[in-house]
Design a binder for this molecule. Sequence first.
Ligand code: FAD
Length: 410
Amino acid sequence: MKRYVIVGNGHAAVGCIEGIRSADKTGEITVVSKEPYPVYSRPLISYYLEGKTDLERMKYRSGSFYEDNGCCVRYGVSAAAIEPNEKTVTMDNGEPLVYDALCVAAGSSPFVPPFEGLETVEKKFSFMTLDDALALEKELTAKARVLIVGAGLIGLKCAEGIRDRVGHVTVCDLADRVLSSILDADCAAVVQKHLEENGVAFLLSDTAVRFDRNRAVMKSGKTVAFDLLVLAVGVRANTALVKNAGGAVNRGIIVNEQMATDLPAVWAAGDCAEGFDAALGANRVLAILPNAYLQGYTAGVNMAGGSAVFDNAIPMNSIGFFGLHMMTAGCYDGDMTEERSDGAVKRFFVKNGVLNGFILLGATDRAGIYTALIRDKTPLDTIDFDLTKKAASNLIFSRETRRKRFGGVV
Ligand SMILES: Cc1cc2nc3c(=O)[nH]c(=O)nc-3n(C[C@H](O)[C@H](O)[C@H](O)COP(=O)(O)OP(=O)(O)OC[C@H]3O[C@@H](n4cnc5c(N)ncnc54)[C@H](O)[C@@H]3O)c2cc1C
């Protein structure tokens, strides 16, 4: 019987388990889970603080998921080292686990720059895990002043989650705009205004450089007093296990389209992996949930002797803050054309006659059609793109494409 080991117990691990079971119903699967919980939906931690969900509804799979899939989960332990020649993973308690196929699905960790005086701050938090959210929740009070360092997705989601439970929320970032990795300046201004109208204050083009207990000294020289500090500066892929075993890593663990690393019998998936980005035409870490699941599934199928490739990933974000929904995808290289109506903004970036990327604010209906255009590199002169920009419809695809893509239902 084949022995599978999965390091990590997040979305990529679930994909991997389901991928393995699609091809091998009997092999032995062991999951090594640093976190002490069954898999939960990580993006929901802010909704938990906001009171929009609870611990039960945050579960990403049913209570019997591991049992149904014949998995043994080792909770609260970490994989410390891989010995690729012996095909073993050594846990942090010294115990070895032997594998025939291994998937590293270890996600990413918060990056904390070496701020001067950070050790003097008593109440500081990251915002990546359920334990982070539970620890922050214990300190939330109606008068608390919260400083969040980082105006990216994680910092802003945290701001939304706690806004109504504290006195003040200020978000600072060295970048000159919110969500700088996914929004251009104009769209970022729309989102920032919306967040401000909902009670979140910003200090942009400025960031904390030094801390002295409950006071942050900013790059500009300003000082900001706070009671709680949240550090959401960025994340780094957890690559050490593969790197220390001699495998190739860059910003993430380098994988091919089958999600295999260059170590024998070792695959990697999710936020820790650097796979092919079809929009960019090169490898990069695409740290988003759907990608983690699909990479994990692909790895699992191949680990079990099947054949699967994942070669059409593109950067994609579907998020919302205080009721403003947005979706972004691809890259913003190319000529921009815009559609505006009823306060909604759609921006499309076209290069060499194909759609390269888009930003949709407040009008995200049928956005899957736009992502299909990017993925398929559909020549825009073969469809009515002017109409499509206004309202996307499946009818822009040929009957044959619709049959393949949508199973003949349209
Ligand atoms: C607040 C927040 C909001 C988000 N919102 C969105 C969103 O709206 N849309 C979206 O697409 N994505 C979102 N994301 C990103 C999304 O959650 C990740 O892309 C996804 O969780 C990645 O899944 P993963 O399985 O690769 O990693 P993870 O879910 O991080 O799981 C990896 C697991 O591996 C464990 N681990 C690490 N090292 C070891 C080890 N050595 N041994 C054992 N276990 C180990 C970790 O503790 C962790 O539990 C959000 C993330 C956060 C934090």
